[in-house]
Write a protein that binds this ligand. Structure first.
Ligand SMILES: Cc1cc2nc3c(=O)[nH]c(=O)nc-3n(C[C@H](O)[C@H](O)[C@H](O)COP(=O)(O)OP(=O)(O)OC[C@H]3O[C@@H](n4cnc5c(N)ncnc54)[C@H](O)[C@@H]3O)c2cc1C
Length: 380
């Protein structure tokens, strides 16, 4: 275990939070939401400085700061921001110069819209079960298969998609940048409990791609997917923290104004205890996220800390939002209320980018590594 994170560039953090919190409320269209995030300059945090970003390397603390603030404002903003990052980060670290030049500045402007297509009907937690194939032809590939639960399906302009170029479960995967307009690619929308999450199934039937569409070397797909997910995992925790903070804020306002038995319900000690526990849970989750991001930005191996951050923050947010809804009584269940929306939106965070059970398996694996192995990869 490593020391707790130090505060990170407070003026920058404040500026990012202010920009996120100034976005308009009540935007329901994904493209419109993305346009607002782009206009606020926040997408600059998704790419390196050479392509219109802020830092030489993408900073996880910046991604986490933005995600927490956007999720507080409106989970749709956070989703669109996260997908710009997920859909472009593989190109940032594994793509060719021409891929980076074509994609990254357009991601910052919000003109290119990203998506990350890994999951398949038979390959969820077990990525090595991917069946979509990318068959070599003379000067490129032909892709066939199906992807499911792909966020931004039908909205994205390109899909960072993983397909099988070899038999080996892990070393047989490669990454591709598939244009949304590619002939043979069809999208089927899926409808979730969380109504505003654009998501769907992709069907690939004889999709022809040139060799230049491959991102990284053949066989590097699994490594590219894992590296991307490792960077973004703590940021899912940050989004959960943002949603939980908003629920707490709503609960505080409600209990001050709602009168029962002749006084505001915040005067009942049971209400006060609930608020105190919720606030403590949220801030403990925020610190775990902060520590993981701090370590990763410093170049350390932080597999254990990242999984703990994602696990604890998403599970905690679910509890806090549930309690916030309870403090609202019946009005918390009214469709369209902020806590009702958060109650629905937060559920997916315990599932995507590695379920809570998978995070626990990773944490256990790290705990059971021999001391020798731990010493060799120790960040300090
Ligand atoms: C809202 C939403 C958005 C998503 N967006 C994307 C996206 O943009 N791109 C993308 O590629 N995917 C996306 N996904 C897919 C997501 O990553 C998968 O749903 C997730 O990885 C789990 O896979 P699965 O649904 O097939 O569940 P399964 O893997 O079938 O798991 C079912 C249950 O079994 C448990 N389980 C599985 N294996 C083990 C094990 N070894 N030990 C113990 N328990 C286990 C799981 O924890 C879970 O509780 C999204 C999903 C959702 C819900």
């Amino acid at each position: 275990m490593t020391a707790l994170a130090l505060p990170w560039d407070l003026p920058r953090r404040k500026a990012l939070e202010q920009a996120a919190l100034a976005l308009p409320e009540g935007v329901h269209d994904p493209r419109e939401a993305l346009a607002h995030v782009a206009a606020a300059g926040l997408l600059r945090e998704c790419v390196p400085a050479a392509y219109g970003g802020v830092d030489e390397r993408v900073q996880l603390r910046a991604l986490c700061t933005v995600r927490a603030a956007l999720a507080y404002r409106d989970p749709l903003y956070d989703l669109m921001f996260a997908l710009q990052g997920l859909g472009s980060y593989p190109v940032t670290f594994a793509g060719s110069k021409s891929q980076r030049e074509a994609l990254l500045p357009a991601i910052v402007r919000g003109e290119a819209i990203g998506a990350f297509a890994l999951t398949e009907p038979e390959a969820g937690s077990d990525v090595s079960a991917i069946r979509t194939t990318a068959r070599r032809t003379g000067d490129g590939y032909v892709l066939d298969g199906e992807k499911t639960f792909i966020s931004n399906a039908g909205v994205a302009t390109s899909y960072l998609l993983f397909a099988r170029t070899g038999e080996h479960p892990r070393r047989g995967l490669s990454a591709f940048l598939v244009p949304a307009t590619a002939p043979g690619l069809t999208v089927w929308p899926q409808k979730l409990l969380t109504g505003e999450h654009p998501i769907g199934t992709l069907r690939l039937q004889g999709v022809v791609l040139p060799e230049e569409a491959r991102v990284g070397a053949e066989g590097e797909g699994m490594a590219i997917a894992l590296r991307t997910l490792e960077l973004f995992r703590p940021s899912v925790g940050a989004a959960a923290v943002g949603m939980a903070r908003r629920a707490l804020h709503e609960a505080r306002s409600h209990v001050r104004s709602r009168v029962q038995f002749g006084k505001p319900i915040c005067e009942f000690q049971a209400t006060q205890l609930a608020l105190a526990e919720m606030a403590t849970l949220v801030e403990s989750a925020a610190l775990l996220v902060e520590r993981a991001a701090f370590l990763i930005d410093g170049g350390a191996r932080a597999t254990l800390e990242s999984s703990m951050a994602k696990l604890h923050a998403t599970e905690t947010a679910q509890q806090v939002i549930d309690r916030a809804l309870q403090l609202h009584g019946g009005s918390g269940l009214l469709a369209g209320s902020v806590v009702e929306r958060l109650y629905r939106e937060v559920r997916a965070l315990r599932i995507y980018e590695g379920t809570s059970e998978i995070q626990k398996l990773i944490i256990a694996r790290e705990l059971l590594r021999s001391e020798e192995e731990q010493r060799c990869s120790s960040p300090t």
